[in-house]
Design a protein around this ligand. Structure first.
Ligand code: EPS
Length: 402
């Protein structure tokens, strides 16, 4: 079972990730990790911090001559901003700075000090910051590199920001299973990355940017929805046998864990709750001897198991909690109503959130892929994969012949 652990505070010295469980001999090129780290930093509406940081990962262990050793992989991503925070975030000095006592509504500030018995909201802010997702993208990229060995491709796009959706509804195409024959998940990201808000459509991009400008002018923030897609996933990842083996549950957990994400659905999700069963399920057909589905409203998962069709995940990110025109809260020092603290932050981070979601989806898929196929070396995993996928159709036929 693969696992990873990240460490690091937003304005501490660095972020680190320890990644364990990938088979030996997987080719890993650090430039690919850095490529995705850069993608995570982009997007119209980010704050000043992204001008300070230029994320790149240093590999500390687990990889030799660009190949995994099977040992824990550890990565380090420096925080450039640390230089400006050495006093405020020092691990050893006794130095005390002014304590923060005004929690921002919607942030982890108040729950954090309540739970951990902190006397300074800064202690809540640091680890709850979405800065940590840089380490997740690095870890998730190893999973993505692994999945690519098996033709699994992952991409994403922003569906809406501040309620601005595209007139052309691309999710309808995904659910209708009407995609070009050679369509790959990454095709979506390739297109979305050309847009500052990661939209697939130019006119939508313009309207979104105008809405973000309005939010900035008002000292406000915005959230949005995004779609993450994986193609090439074989039939049979996940299981209905146990609650914690269901692939949809695993993915929902992974994507929901991204900071500020408040909703996750698979396939037509909430929409299907309003429809008849006959309009919701994917009819099974036989074409050229192959069992296929006419549509993909299930988003590539039935009974917690992958169907072989693209996995389609939709998620919603709430607006960033730090507001330049703040809303009401309480100063814990004076126990009096005040307006929340202003603090440097982003106005919109939905484009980055979609990139992070690619990594989280990659992680979940790699976890369930290795649970099914195992292997201590990539060669062994490939043998196991080929043996299963190669015999799948033949087995179904044989089992039902009589
Ligand atoms: C964040 C606040 C901002 C964001 C940060 C998440 O940072 P700062 O307080 O330093 O201005 O830019 O995101 C990142 C640093 C990042 O790498 O994504 C927050 O409060 O969650």
């Amino acid at each position: 079972m693969i696992r990873f652990l990240t460490a690091g505070e937003s304005h501490g010295k660095a972020l680190t990730a320890i990644i364990e469980g990938f088979p030996a001999n997987l080719k890993v090129d650090n430039d690919i990790i850095n490529f995705h780290l850069k993608r995570r930093q982009a997007g119209y509406g980010r704050g000043m911090r992204m001008k300070i940081e230029s994320d790149s990962a240093e590999i500390l262990s687990g990889i030799r001559f660009r190949k995994t050793l099977g040992s824990p992989i550890s990565l380090l991503i420096k925080n450039n901003d640390w230089e400006n925070w050495t006093d405020k975030m020092s691990p050893d000095k006794k130095y005390r700075v002014e304590r923060i006592s005004i929690p921002r509504p919607g942030h982890a500030d108040l729950v954090g000090i309540s739970k951990f018995n902190f006397d300074d909201i800064r202690n809540s802010i640091e680890r709850s910051s979405a800065r940590e997702t840089a380490a997740r993208v690095a870890a998730g990229t190893i999973a993505r590199i692994f999945l690519e060995e098996f033709g699994i491709s992952i991409g994403s796009y922003v569906e809406s920001i501040g309620g601005i959706f595209s007139k052309e509804n691309f999710t309808e195409k995904l659910f209708a299973n009407k995609l070009p024959e050679k369509f790959q998940g990454w095709d979506l990201s390739e297109k979305a990355d050309r847009s500052e808000v990661r939209a697939l459509n130019k006119s939508q991009e313009e309207t979104i940017i105008n809405k973000i400008k309005l939010a900035k002018k008002k000292g406000d923030t915005l959230g949005g929805t995004f779609i993450t897609v994986a193609t090439g996933v074989p039939v049979g990842l996940g299981s209905f046998m146990h609650y914690d083996r269901k692939l949809d549950a695993e993915i929902a957990h992974a994507v929901m864990s991204i900071n500020a994400v408040k909703a996750v659905s698979i396939g037509a999700g909430f929409e299907s709750a309003e429809k008849f069963g006959s309009e919701s399920h994917d009819e099974i057909i036989i074409k050229g001897g192959k069992l296929l589905r006419k549509t993909n409203r299930a988003g590539g998962i039935e009974g917690g198991i992958s169907t072989g069709l693209p996995i389609i995940v939709r998620a919603a990110m709430k607006p960033i909690a730090t507001l330049m025109s703040p809303i009401e809260t309480v100063d814990l020092k004076k126990m009096k109503s005040v307006l929340a603290r202003r603090e440097r932050s982003d106005f919109v981070a939905v484009p980055a959130c979609a990139v992070i979601s690619e990594s989280m989806l990659a992680w979940s898929l790699a976890k369930f892929f290795l649970l099914k196929f195992g292997g201590d070396s990539i060669e062994e995993t490939k043998d196991n994969y080929k043996s299963y996928t190669g015999k799948l159709n033949q087995r179904i036929r044989k089992n039902f012949r009589n």
